[in-house]
Design a protein around this ligand. Structure first.
Ligand code: NAP
Length: 468
C-alpha cells in the first residue's frame, strides 16, 4: 500500500509519499511520549485550549486550501468539502471550550474527602479513514489533546496531503513539538506501535477488518480501544410521513459524500406498498437527475467514489446483487467518463438470501424495500450485522420516538437522516463497534478516572460511616 494522492476525478497519480522508516517511527513515538510526560499533561487546561482553538482558527483562515485538498484526494464535492472544514474547526473549538467544565474533579458526596479526577493516560494511536479526512481527525485530536493526551495518527493511505495539512494545524500555534504526529506507517508498524508500552490506547474508524485487527492487538496488550466501524443504516418511512421533504431527506441521507458515509441511509424502508411505489418513483427521479462531473465545479451533483478499488468493489456488489435476483431501478454501472464514477443506483427486490442484504454498500447505491407494517419495518431495520445509526420519518413525533427506540443502533433520529454535530455522541453497537466519539462522551474514552480519597489518620475508610 502506497501513500499516494490519486485524483479520483481523473485517475491521475498526483503525488507519492515514502513510508516512515522504523528509526523515524521510533523518534516520533519517543518525541510524543517525552512531550506527554514532561510538558503537555502538566499544561493548564486554559493553555491547552489556546493551542486547540488556535489550530481551529488556522483551519478556518485557510479553509479554501484545506477544502480543495479533500476534493483533490478523495473526490468530495467542493461545497461538501467546505462544510467538512467548517465542521472540523467547530469540533476543535467545542473541545477547547468544554474541557474546563468536563475535567472538574467530581466529589463523592457519600464519602467526604474523596474525589474522582480525570487524568490523561499518554500516547493515543488513531487509525483513520479517507471519507471525512479532517472531521475524523478532529474527533480524535479535540478531546484527546484537551484531556492532556497526545496523539499519533495513521491516516488512510489515499489522503496523505490532507493528513499532513491537518498535522500542520498544530505548528506555530504554541504547541510543543510532538503532541500531534502524522505517520505514513505500514500495518506492521501500526501493530508494533500498539505493542509498545508507551502507547496507551488505540482508536479506529474504518472497516470491520481494520477494527478487528487493531482491537485484537490492543486486547492482547491489555490496552483500551474504541471502534467506529461500518454501518448500514435504515431510513424508515411511516405511512404519515410527508412525501416531498421525506424524499429530499432520503436522497441527502443516501448521497451525501457520494454515499461514502458510515451513517448514510443505505436502506430505505417504506411502509405501505402503494406509498412505496410513490417513494420509489420519487427517488428514481432524484437519483437519475444527479449530474456526474468535476467535483470542484459547484454544478456537479455526483462526484467520483474515492478510488479505483472502491469503484470496482461497488460494481462487483451490484453484480452480485443482480445475480441473486435484485432489480436495478436506475443506474447500476460505471459512468462513461475518466475517473472513478459509479452511477447513482437504486436496487430493489432484495431477498434475505441476497449477499447484499447484510453487506454495507459504501457509495452511491441505495437499497429500497417496501413492507406492510411498522413492525416489519423495525424487524428489517435490525436485520443487519451493523448498529450504527438509523432514522424514522413520520408526522407523529411520539410514534417516531417509539419506533426510533426500537432500532438497535447507537444513534436514531426522527425526521432527519443520521446526523453529526460536535455536541452529539457518535458511535454504534454490534459490528459497528464500541465506544463513543464527539460530545462530552468523547472526552472520556482514554482517561484515568482516578479516585483520590483523603481522610484523617485513624478515621474509618472513606465511604464507611463511623457507626458502620
Ligand atoms: P479501512 O480499509 O478499514 O481503512 C480505514 C483505516 O484503517 C485506513 O487508515 C487503513 O489504512 C487502515 N487499516 C486497514 N486495515 C488495517 C490493518 N489491518 N491494520 C492497521 N490499519 C489498517 O476502511 P475503508 O474501507 O477505507 O473506509 C470505509 C469504512 O469505514 C466503512 O466500513 C465505513 O462505514 C467505516 N467508517 C466508519 C465511521 C464511524 O464513525 N463509525 C466513519 C467513517 C467510516 P490504509 O488506507 O493504508 O489501507
Amino acid at each position: 500500500m502506497a501513500y499516494q494522492t490519486i485524483n479520483p476525478a481523473t485517475g491521475q497519480v498526483v503525488k507519492t509519499f515514502p513510508e516512515i522508516s522504523d528509526a523515524e517511527l521510533e523518534a516520533t513515538l519517543d518525541r510524543a511520549h517525552t512531550v506527554y510526560q514532561s510538558e503537555w499533561r502538566h499544561r493548564s487546561i486554559a493553555e491547552r485550549a489556546k493551542v486547540v482553538s488556535r489550530a481551529a482558527a488556522k483551519l478556518r483562515a485557510n479553509a479554501e486550501h484545506y477544502a480543495q485538498l479533500l476534493t483533490l484526494e478523495m473526490g468530495k464535492l467542493i461545497a461538501q468539502a467546505r462544510g467538512e472544514v467548517s465542521l472540523a474547526a467547530d469540533i476543535l473549538d467545542y473541545y477547547a471550550k468544554r474541557a474546563e467544565r468536563y475535567l472538574q474533579p467530581q466529589p463523592i458526596p457519600e464519602a467526604p474527602g474523596s474525589i474522582v479526577e480525570t487524568r490523561p493516560i499518554g500516547v493515543i494511536l488513531g487509525v483513520e479513514p479517507w471519507n471525512f479526512p479532517y472531521y475524523q481527525l478532529a474527533r480524535v485530536a479535540g478531546p484527546q489533546l484537551m484531556v492532556g493526551n497526545v496523539v499519533i495518527i495513521k491516516h488512510a493511505s489515499s489522503v496523505p496531503q490532507s493528513a499532513e495539512a491537518f498535522a500542520d494545524l498544530f505548528d506555530g500555534v504554541g504547541a510543543p513539538a510532538g503532541i500531534y504526529a502524522n505517520i505514513f506507517a505500514s500495518f506492521d508498524q501500526v501493530g508494533r506501535l500498539i505493542d509498545d508500552p508507551r502507547v496507551r490506547g488505540a482508536t479506529v474508524t474504518g472497516s470491520e477488518r481494520a477494527g478487528a485487527s487493531v482491537a485484537e492487538r490492543a486486547g492482547r496488550n491489555l490496552k483500551k480501544s474504541v471502534m467506529e466501524l461500518g454501518g448500514s443504516d435504515a431510513l424508515i418511512v411511516l405511512e404519515d410521513a410527508p412525501v416531498e421533504p421525506t424524499l429530499d431527506n432520503a436522497l441527502w441521507g443516501r448521497m451525501n459524500n457520494t454515499g461514502q458515509s458510515c451513517v448514510a441511509s443505505k436502506r430505505i424502508i417504506v411502509v405501505g406498498r402503494e406509498r412505496a411505489q410513490v417513494f420509489l418513483d420519487g427517488l428514481t427521479a432524484r437519483m437519475g437527475a444527479l449530474k456526474a462531473g468535476d467535483p470542484t465545479d459547484d454544478a456537479t451533483t455526483l462526484g467520483p467514489v474515492s478510488s479505483e478499488n472502491a469503484m470496482k468493489g461497488l460494481l462487483h456488489q451490484i453484480e452480485l446483487a443482480k445475480q441473486a435476483g435484485a432489480r436495478v431501478v436506475v443506474g447500476g454501472g460505471r459512468v462513461n467518463r475518466p475517473g472513478f464514477y459509479v452511477e447513482a443506483t437504486i436496487l430493489t427486490d432484495i431477498m434475505k438470501e441476497n449477499p447484499i442484504f447484510t453487506q454495507e454498500l459504501f457509495g452511491p447505491v441505495m437499497s429500497f424495500y417496501a413492507v406492510e407494517s411498522e413492525e416489519e419495518a423495525i424487524t428489517l431495520a435490525n436485520a443487519t450485522p451493523f448498529g450504527l445509526g438509523g432514522s424514522v420519518f413520520t408526522a407523529d413525533l411520539d410514534r417516531g420516538r417509539r419506533v426510533a427506540e426500537q432500532i438497535d443502533s447507537g444513534m436514531a433520529f426522527v425526521n432527519h437522516p443520521t446526523w453529526t454535530a460536535p455536541e452529539l455522541p457518535f458511535g454504534g453497537v454490534k459490528n459497528s463497534g464500541y465506544g463513543r466519539e464527539l460530545s462530552e462522551l468523547g472526552f472520556g474514552e482514554f482517561v484515568n478516572r482516578k479516585l483520590v480519597a483523603v481522610s484523617p489518620v485513624g478515621s474509618p475508610p472513606p465511604g464507611v460511616s463511623a457507626a458502620g
